[in-house]
Design a protein. Structure first.
Length: 131
């Protein structure tokens, strides 16, 4: 039960951090490029890579703290960090084909799913009575 609450608290803090940091950066970037999201994805990937490499090679970080920081905070902050870590591990293990497939499928299929979501939402909106 302690891991459950560690993840829940970490996810809440990660999500809040993501929102406010992304808005803060985007307002200052003043560009039509998602700079805030890019910074979140890159920093989240760095933090997850650091924590997992350190935590899995030492016994300094408890399982609860690791769950709080990784699945919780980083998961709430950005799931892109998990994608980056898993891809890096595949590459590190010499699984280049699987890594390429994972990257291509993750990006390609996720984009396709996003467009399907757009279409599904539009269909639902088309059924709404017009005011």
């Amino acid at each position: 039960m302690r891991i459950f609450w560690a993840i829940a608290l970490g996810a809440a803090l990660g999500g809040i951090s993501r929102h406010y940091l992304s808005v803060f950066i985007q307002q200052r970037a003043a560009a039509d490029f998602p700079t805030g999201t890019l910074v979140i994805n890159v920093t989240g990937s760095f933090v997850l890579g650091f924590i997992l490499r350190y935590a899995l090679q030492t016994d300094v970080i408890t399982p609860e703290t690791r769950a709080f920081l990784t699945t919780g905070f980083c998961g709430g902050y950005t799931t892109f960090s998990t994608f980056s870590y898993e891809t890096a591990k595949l590459l590190e293990d010499g699984e280049y084909g699987r890594a390429g497939l994972y990257v291509g499928a993750s990006v390609g299929v996720a984009l396709f799913a996003t467009f399907l979501g757009f279409a599904a939402a539009q269909r639902l909106l088309n059924f709404r009575p017009h005011a």
